[in-house]
Design a protein around this ligand. Structure first.
Ligand code: AR6
Length: 177
């Protein structure tokens, strides 16, 4: 599914965030220490190799809502944008912090004049954010912020599961209208 918002195309696909070779940057669902961990972070660090872990050390720790950018090393992308989403039920206000992650990720992409960015479903795995709510917040945040990131022409949400894909497609439809 694809939609045009503020000159940028937004699409939702089912897949693996480490297998997006046509994207300038991929977003990591990081932990505060920017270490490998599980889920998206584990997959990204495994695919990027140990140089990514070394590069992250200079920026850690980060707080919920923050984002930092590093090289992507062995990944087929130019950059990794590491976002720390809120832990649902612990970090407040969760919706503001989740939106802030997306806003800062796009701001970093714009600083590097990137054309394309792929996001996973931040906070919806180990951090427990209900996916339907997270999808609405993520979609609203990127559509609001794309105007401040004029270089970004293509935005992709990469979802692991069929239910997650359905939630993001529904959010794209309702938000983009
Ligand atoms: N590609 C795309 N999506 C994925 C992939 C992948 N390779 N792997 C998992 N997902 P999570 P969080 C989905 O837990 O909730 C880590 O341990 C997953 O099914 O990666 O922000 C870190 O170290 C879920 O829908 O991120 C942190 O401590 C979504 O991506 C913590 O988890 C997010 O799941 C971050 O938790």
């Amino acid at each position: 599914m694809q939609h045009q918002a503020a000159r940028a195309a937004i699409e939702c696909v089912r897949g693996d965030i480490t297998q997006q070779p046509d994207m300038d940057a991929v977003v990591n669902a990081a932990n505060a220490e920017l270490r490998p961990g599980g889920g998206v972070a584990g997959a990204i660090h495994r695919a990027a190799g140990p140089d990514l872990d070394a590069a992250c050390r200079a920026y850690a720790p980060i707080a919920p809502g923050q984002a930092v950018i590093t090289e992507a090393f062995a990944l087929p992308n130019r950059f990794v944008i590491h976002c720390l989403g809120p832990v649902y039920g612990r970090d407040y206000p969760a919706d503001t912090l989740l939106a802030e992650c997306h806003r800062r990720a796009l701001a970093l992409a714009a600083e590097k004049a990137l054309e394309s960015v792929a996001f996973p479903a931040l906070s919806t795995g180990a951090f427990g954010y209900p996916v339907a709510e997270a999808a609405e917040i993520a979609m609203r945040a990127v559509i609001e912020c794309l105007g401040d990131a004029p270089s970004v022409q293509r935005l992709r949400f990469v979802l692991f599961g069929a239910d997650d894909l359905a939630a993001f497609e529904s959010a794209l439809q309702s938000t983009a209208q």
